[in-house]
Design a protein around this ligand. Sequence first.
Ligand code: KIV
Length: 306
Amino acid sequence: MSTQKAPQKRRQTVPRIQARKGGKKPLTMLTAYTYAHARLVDAAGVDIILVGDSLANVCLGHETTLPVTVEQMVYHTAAVRRGTDHALVVGDMPFLSYNVSIPQAIENAGRFLKEAGADAVKLEGGTEVADVVRAISRAGIPVMGHVGLTPQTVSKLGGYKVQGKSALAARHLADACLALEDAGAFAVVLECVPSDVSSEITQRLEIPTIGIGAGPGTDGQVLVFHDVLGVFVDGFEPRFVKRYANIGEQAVKAISEFVQEVQSGVFPGPEHGFAMKQGEGDKLPDVLSDSTRGAVADGLVASETE
Ligand code: KIV
């Protein structure tokens, strides 16, 4: 028998993620929202786990990401941290948690590290949030940017639309990414951006880009846990999603079987139950008879706690 231990996978860090810029092996990022999700995603070898504010949609049933609070995000990020041994954990800062004032933004970002054990935070926006990114980053908190389709400003964008489709809009996006890089962001998400535009931006940046609906020319790819696994059996599926499993269908099938087996008396079987100590079953009718009623409360029958 070999005495050699299997090589332990090293924990991801911000510098190790940054060192993958322009490398042969693209970065992988997937969302997770619970301890159980994180165990699965981490076991699969994903580099970065994002506790996305898409939590509002896929876990809490809201139509937009706007209602989710810092409290909820920190709570879920802590659960994901407990389930993660290797991946970098990034907590998503929710709507208005970083736009009111710089001190408040630093405090809220700090909660993800102090209370939830996250490695970094992500926030949406470009040039207009560069000062906030600089301040949070200077406070020692690594920041991931997010430009293109930014769901928190969906009202302003007029819907969930591809961004940067004209050359001028692409220039605007490139400027936003350069401003984030200059402000100290360690990586940036490009969401729903034409593939040519994201490739060009990726080549002009020193920090890694991570795309979602942004084509193959970025330094990495991110998707939402529920989309990858096909957790929902109904609902809209964006074009950029690739479904790798149909967990939702399997889950409904399994749960329907449970319902059917309970209703038909198949479950639980003898193997799912517990037996009394030998000989105790015979005493049961007497002990449960009306004449011993209240005996336990009166201390006449010893209570059994083992
Ligand atoms: O909240 C989220 O899930 C995200 C990813 C889609 C990048 O921001």
